[in-house]
Design a protein around this ligand. Structure first.
Ligand code: 13P
Ligand code: SF4
Length: 330
């Protein structure tokens, strides 16, 4: 089937079966255009959990679909592709426990550690963190959540994105370190797990220097998953939805170079808008989802096969929900 035929079939099946479709900003245009709702990871989880349709087709990466299932267990959540965010894949419960053990070895008791996980982690990791009294955060609310977590007077173990942890620490005038890199964690307030997003690592201070030299007055806008030296030199740092809001308010003749995923940048604004990298910053897992995958999963609902349905054990869901809820309560 060609794309326009596929699209028409998808819309027909979607209505017939009472399926809502949501898409993250990084999805390919043809998938993005089908969505009933598009947003950042926090907005998607909130919208989808409240949606009335019994079936949800989540076009994004695995942890995002899991977040909806954690919040709304009665809903059948399916994904066109079970594509796992490369950063989320860098941490599992064993690695998390190993980091806690390393900190204990360095002289920090487990009771003195409060874990905070970026939403880009599996339900299992969120559940472990829920059990330890910890929080989930997203890039749009990380500062608020860490401020709250620090009221405990404990050390914050921030997983899995070292860049987000370091960027927030800098913004708040706090000290951070990377667990296991040889530095003394007792000297730091925020102890970062050594994970990162390979897409956002692409942006570099040299790219900023290049654009500033070529277009004096250009604004540099980046996501907090970028390296701390890149964020330091940026005019604005924010989550995907915060970047969109910021750029949309700029006058059209204002040049801007953006450091985040390619699909989102090219959709955001045509004029005077540049990708802050000489290579194309495409998220491989976000780009895995195709129109054909969306169609296949809808067909599987119709035929009662429920392909790529998100399943989480009740014990894991319950504790992951505790960690997510602590974020929503704030
Ligand atoms: P947002 O929460 O800003 O949408 O970011 C999710 C993500 O994976 C960015 O790489
Ligand atoms: Fe994960 Fe990076 Fe892709 Fe975001 S851009 S989904 S953090 S791999």
């Amino acid at each position: 089937m060609d794309n326009s035929k596929l699209k028409a079939e998808i819309l027909k099946l979607k209505d017939e079966l009472h399926v809502s479709i949501v898409a993250h900003f990084y999805q390919k245009d043809e998938v993005f255009e089908l969505a009933d709702f598009a947003g950042d990871s926090l907005q998607l989880a909130q919208w989808a959990a409240k949606d009335k349709n019994p079936y949800l087709l989540f076009c994004g990466v695995g942890f995002m679909g899991q977040s909806v299932k954690i919040l709304a267990p009665e809903k059948r959540v399916l994904m066109p592709k079970i594509a796992c965010c490369a950063m989320a894949r860098m941490i599992d419960v064993d690695y998390f426990d190993q980091n806690v053990a390393l900190l204990e070895k360095a002289g920090i008791a487990k009771e003195d550690i409060l874990p905070v996980t970026y939403i880009n982690s599996s339900a299992d990791v969120k559940a472990r963190i829920g059990m330890m009294g910890g929080y989930v955060c997203t890039s749009s609310n990380a500062k608020k959540i860490i401020t709250k977590a620090l009221e405990s007077n404990k050390k914050i173990l921030f997983v899995p994105d070292r860049c987000l942890g370091q960027n927030i620490a800098k913004e708040m005038g706090l000290k951070s370190c990377i667990v296991g890199d040889g530095s003394d964690p007792k000297e730091a307030d925020i102890l970062c797990y050594n994970g990162f997003c390979s897409v956002h690592q692409l942006f570099d201070v040299d790219d900023i220097a290049f654009y500033r030299a070529k277009y004096p007055g250009i604004l540099i806008v980046t996501h907090p998953e970028c390296k701390p030296d890149v964020c330091d030199l940026s005019d604005f740092v924010g989550s995907t939805s915060q970047i969109i809001e910021y750029v949309k308010k700029l006058p059209l003749d204002q040049k801007v170079a953006i450091g985040t995923e390619y699909n989102m940048i090219k959709r955001l604004r045509k004029e005077n808008t540049y990708v802050l990298s000489s290579s194309k910053p495409e998220c491989p897992t976000m780009n895995e989802t195709t129109l054909q995958d969306v169609y296949n999963v809808l067909l599987s609902i119709k035929e009662g096969r429920f392909e790529n349905e998100i399943m989480i054990s009740e014990e894991t869901r319950k504790w992951a929900h505790v960690a997510l809820n602590r974020m929503f309560e704030l």
